[in-house]
Design a protein. Structure first.
Length: 227
Protein backbone atom coordinates (compact mmCIF):
# COMPACT_ATOMS: atom_id res chain seq x y z
CA UNK A 1 0.00 0.00 0.00
CA UNK A 2 1.30 3.45 -0.85
CA UNK A 3 1.72 6.00 2.00
CA UNK A 4 -0.63 8.43 0.29
CA UNK A 5 -3.32 5.78 0.01
CA UNK A 6 -2.86 4.93 3.69
CA UNK A 7 -3.42 8.57 4.61
CA UNK A 8 -6.62 8.62 2.60
CA UNK A 9 -8.00 5.58 4.43
CA UNK A 10 -6.72 6.48 7.92
CA UNK A 11 -7.73 9.89 9.21
CA UNK A 12 -7.60 11.74 12.53
CA UNK A 13 -7.71 9.26 15.37
CA UNK A 14 -6.31 6.60 13.06
CA UNK A 15 -9.25 5.65 10.89
CA UNK A 16 -12.07 7.30 8.99
CA UNK A 17 -15.42 6.70 10.70
CA UNK A 18 -17.36 4.09 8.71
CA UNK A 19 -20.63 5.06 10.36
CA UNK A 20 -20.67 8.80 9.79
CA UNK A 21 -23.77 10.20 8.20
CA UNK A 22 -26.22 7.59 9.49
CA UNK A 23 -27.77 9.41 12.45
CA UNK A 24 -30.42 11.26 10.45
CA UNK A 25 -31.40 8.08 8.62
CA UNK A 26 -31.72 6.15 11.87
CA UNK A 27 -33.99 8.91 13.15
CA UNK A 28 -36.03 8.69 9.94
CA UNK A 29 -36.62 5.02 10.68
CA UNK A 30 -36.82 3.58 7.17
CA UNK A 31 -33.67 4.82 5.46
CA UNK A 32 -35.67 7.03 3.12
CA UNK A 33 -33.65 10.14 3.87
CA UNK A 34 -30.12 10.53 2.57
CA UNK A 35 -27.45 10.49 5.29
CA UNK A 36 -25.69 13.71 6.08
CA UNK A 37 -23.22 14.87 8.68
CA UNK A 38 -21.16 12.55 10.87
CA UNK A 39 -19.93 12.33 14.43
CA UNK A 40 -18.09 15.64 13.98
CA UNK A 41 -20.94 17.30 12.09
CA UNK A 42 -19.21 17.43 8.69
CA UNK A 43 -21.24 17.27 5.49
CA UNK A 44 -21.49 13.94 3.69
CA UNK A 45 -21.65 14.21 -0.09
CA UNK A 46 -23.48 11.26 -1.66
CA UNK A 47 -21.45 9.70 -4.44
CA UNK A 48 -18.11 11.16 -3.40
CA UNK A 49 -16.88 7.91 -1.89
CA UNK A 50 -17.87 5.95 -4.99
CA UNK A 51 -15.85 8.31 -7.19
CA UNK A 52 -12.78 7.96 -4.97
CA UNK A 53 -13.20 4.18 -4.81
CA UNK A 54 -13.45 3.91 -8.58
CA UNK A 55 -10.26 5.93 -8.97
CA UNK A 56 -8.50 3.83 -6.33
CA UNK A 57 -9.64 0.54 -7.86
CA UNK A 58 -8.43 1.70 -11.24
CA UNK A 59 -5.00 2.51 -9.84
CA UNK A 60 -4.84 -0.89 -8.14
CA UNK A 61 -5.31 -2.71 -11.42
CA UNK A 62 -2.12 -1.19 -12.88
CA UNK A 63 0.09 -1.19 -9.78
CA UNK A 64 1.02 -4.61 -8.38
CA UNK A 65 2.26 -3.03 -5.12
CA UNK A 66 -1.03 -1.25 -4.47
CA UNK A 67 -2.87 -2.49 -1.35
CA UNK A 68 -6.22 -0.90 -0.51
CA UNK A 69 -7.23 -1.32 3.15
CA UNK A 70 -10.63 0.12 4.08
CA UNK A 71 -12.85 0.17 7.16
CA UNK A 72 -16.63 -0.03 6.85
CA UNK A 73 -19.57 -0.74 9.13
CA UNK A 74 -20.82 -4.13 10.25
CA UNK A 75 -24.21 -4.69 8.63
CA UNK A 76 -23.54 -2.47 5.64
CA UNK A 77 -25.01 -5.23 3.47
CA UNK A 78 -28.00 -5.98 5.72
CA UNK A 79 -29.28 -2.66 7.11
CA UNK A 80 -31.36 -0.70 4.56
CA UNK A 81 -29.86 2.72 5.15
CA UNK A 82 -29.16 4.69 2.00
CA UNK A 83 -25.83 5.69 3.51
CA UNK A 84 -24.94 2.02 3.99
CA UNK A 85 -26.04 1.24 0.45
CA UNK A 86 -23.52 3.83 -0.74
CA UNK A 87 -20.82 2.23 1.40
CA UNK A 88 -21.65 -1.20 0.03
CA UNK A 89 -21.29 0.19 -3.49
CA UNK A 90 -17.83 1.44 -2.47
CA UNK A 91 -16.91 -2.06 -1.28
CA UNK A 92 -17.98 -3.52 -4.61
CA UNK A 93 -15.85 -1.00 -6.50
CA UNK A 94 -12.80 -1.75 -4.36
CA UNK A 95 -13.33 -5.48 -4.82
CA UNK A 96 -13.22 -4.97 -8.58
CA UNK A 97 -9.58 -3.90 -8.26
CA UNK A 98 -6.70 -5.74 -6.65
CA UNK A 99 -5.46 -6.30 -4.05
CA UNK A 100 -7.70 -5.16 -1.18
CA UNK A 101 -8.63 -5.65 2.48
CA UNK A 102 -11.95 -4.56 4.00
CA UNK A 103 -12.47 -4.46 7.76
CA UNK A 104 -16.00 -3.98 9.05
CA UNK A 105 -16.38 -2.61 12.58
CA UNK A 106 -19.25 -1.88 14.91
CA UNK A 107 -20.21 1.69 15.84
CA UNK A 108 -17.55 4.01 17.22
CA UNK A 109 -17.98 5.43 20.72
CA UNK A 110 -18.20 8.94 19.28
CA UNK A 111 -21.22 8.08 17.15
CA UNK A 112 -23.06 6.45 20.05
CA UNK A 113 -22.30 9.44 22.28
CA UNK A 114 -23.51 11.93 19.67
CA UNK A 115 -26.74 10.03 19.02
CA UNK A 116 -27.43 9.87 22.74
CA UNK A 117 -26.65 13.56 23.12
CA UNK A 118 -29.31 14.36 20.53
CA UNK A 119 -31.86 12.09 22.18
CA UNK A 120 -31.06 13.54 25.62
CA UNK A 121 -32.49 16.91 24.54
CA UNK A 122 -35.98 15.50 25.06
CA UNK A 123 -37.57 15.63 28.55
CA UNK A 124 -37.91 11.84 28.32
CA UNK A 125 -35.05 10.18 26.45
CA UNK A 126 -36.37 7.80 23.77
CA UNK A 127 -34.18 4.85 22.82
CA UNK A 128 -34.89 1.93 20.47
CA UNK A 129 -36.50 -0.92 22.38
CA UNK A 130 -35.06 -4.39 22.06
CA UNK A 131 -31.85 -3.06 20.51
CA UNK A 132 -28.27 -3.66 21.59
CA UNK A 133 -25.13 -1.81 20.57
CA UNK A 134 -21.46 -2.85 20.60
CA UNK A 135 -19.49 0.41 20.55
CA UNK A 136 -15.80 0.25 19.73
CA UNK A 137 -12.89 2.57 20.44
CA UNK A 138 -11.63 4.22 17.26
CA UNK A 139 -8.04 3.58 18.36
CA UNK A 140 -8.71 -0.16 18.58
CA UNK A 141 -10.18 -0.13 15.08
CA UNK A 142 -7.23 1.90 13.79
CA UNK A 143 -4.73 -0.50 15.34
CA UNK A 144 -6.39 -3.47 13.66
CA UNK A 145 -6.55 -1.68 10.31
CA UNK A 146 -2.84 -0.86 10.53
CA UNK A 147 -2.07 -4.53 11.22
CA UNK A 148 -4.05 -5.50 8.14
CA UNK A 149 -2.41 -2.78 6.04
CA UNK A 150 1.05 -4.08 6.94
CA UNK A 151 0.14 -7.66 6.01
CA UNK A 152 -0.79 -9.30 2.75
CA UNK A 153 -4.20 -8.38 1.31
CA UNK A 154 -6.88 -10.36 3.13
CA UNK A 155 -10.05 -9.55 1.19
CA UNK A 156 -12.88 -9.46 3.72
CA UNK A 157 -11.20 -9.51 7.12
CA UNK A 158 -13.15 -10.83 10.13
CA UNK A 159 -15.53 -8.26 11.57
CA UNK A 160 -14.36 -6.35 14.63
CA UNK A 161 -16.67 -5.38 17.49
CA UNK A 162 -16.32 -3.46 20.69
CA UNK A 163 -15.56 -5.19 24.00
CA UNK A 164 -19.17 -5.09 25.26
CA UNK A 165 -22.64 -5.66 23.81
CA UNK A 166 -25.06 -3.48 25.78
CA UNK A 167 -28.68 -2.47 25.41
CA UNK A 168 -29.47 0.99 24.10
CA UNK A 169 -31.27 1.68 27.39
CA UNK A 170 -28.17 0.81 29.41
CA UNK A 171 -25.92 2.95 27.24
CA UNK A 172 -28.34 5.88 27.49
CA UNK A 173 -28.29 5.69 31.27
CA UNK A 174 -24.49 5.65 31.26
CA UNK A 175 -24.44 8.73 29.07
CA UNK A 176 -26.98 10.56 31.23
CA UNK A 177 -24.93 9.85 34.34
CA UNK A 178 -21.89 11.23 32.55
CA UNK A 179 -23.86 14.33 31.48
CA UNK A 180 -25.19 14.76 35.03
CA UNK A 181 -28.74 14.46 33.79
CA UNK A 182 -31.61 12.81 35.66
CA UNK A 183 -33.92 12.52 32.68
CA UNK A 184 -35.78 9.22 32.43
CA UNK A 185 -35.14 6.76 29.61
CA UNK A 186 -38.05 5.33 27.62
CA UNK A 187 -37.54 2.30 25.32
CA UNK A 188 -39.63 2.86 22.18
CA UNK A 189 -40.42 0.20 19.55
CA UNK A 190 -39.54 2.35 16.55
CA UNK A 191 -41.21 1.26 13.30
CA UNK A 192 -39.59 0.67 9.95
CA UNK A 193 -37.11 -1.62 8.24
CA UNK A 194 -34.05 0.10 9.68
CA UNK A 195 -35.21 -0.20 13.29
CA UNK A 196 -36.10 -3.85 12.68
CA UNK A 197 -32.64 -4.55 11.25
CA UNK A 198 -31.03 -3.05 14.34
CA UNK A 199 -33.28 -5.11 16.62
CA UNK A 200 -32.13 -8.20 14.71
CA UNK A 201 -28.55 -7.26 15.56
CA UNK A 202 -27.25 -7.00 12.00
CA UNK A 203 -24.85 -4.25 13.18
CA UNK A 204 -23.22 -6.40 15.88
CA UNK A 205 -20.18 -8.68 15.96
CA UNK A 206 -20.64 -10.53 19.26
CA UNK A 207 -18.31 -13.36 18.22
CA UNK A 208 -15.48 -10.93 17.42
CA UNK A 209 -15.04 -8.60 20.40
CA UNK A 210 -12.02 -6.33 20.21
CA UNK A 211 -9.97 -4.59 22.83
CA UNK A 212 -9.79 -0.93 23.63
CA UNK A 213 -11.86 1.18 25.97
CA UNK A 214 -15.39 0.32 26.96
CA UNK A 215 -18.07 2.96 26.44
CA UNK A 216 -17.95 3.93 30.13
CA UNK A 217 -14.17 4.28 29.95
CA UNK A 218 -14.53 6.40 26.83
CA UNK A 219 -17.03 8.66 28.62
CA UNK A 220 -14.71 9.01 31.60
CA UNK A 221 -12.01 10.34 29.25
CA UNK A 222 -14.45 12.43 27.22
CA UNK A 223 -14.97 16.15 27.67
CA UNK A 224 -16.94 16.88 24.50
CA UNK A 225 -19.82 14.69 25.70
CA UNK A 226 -20.28 16.91 28.75
CA UNK A 227 -21.33 19.88 26.63
Amino acid sequence: MRPQQHEEQCGKGGVEAPHRGISDEVAAGDGSESGRGHVRGEQHEPGADQALAAETAGAATVDADFHVPMVKGVGVDRIPLRYYQEKLAVERLIESGAPWTILRTTQFHELVRDLLRRLARFPVVPVPAGTSVQPIDVDAAAARLLELAAARPAGRAPDLGGPQVRTATDLARSYLRHARSRRPVLPVPFPGRVARAYREGFHLAPDSPGGGRTFDEFLADDREGER
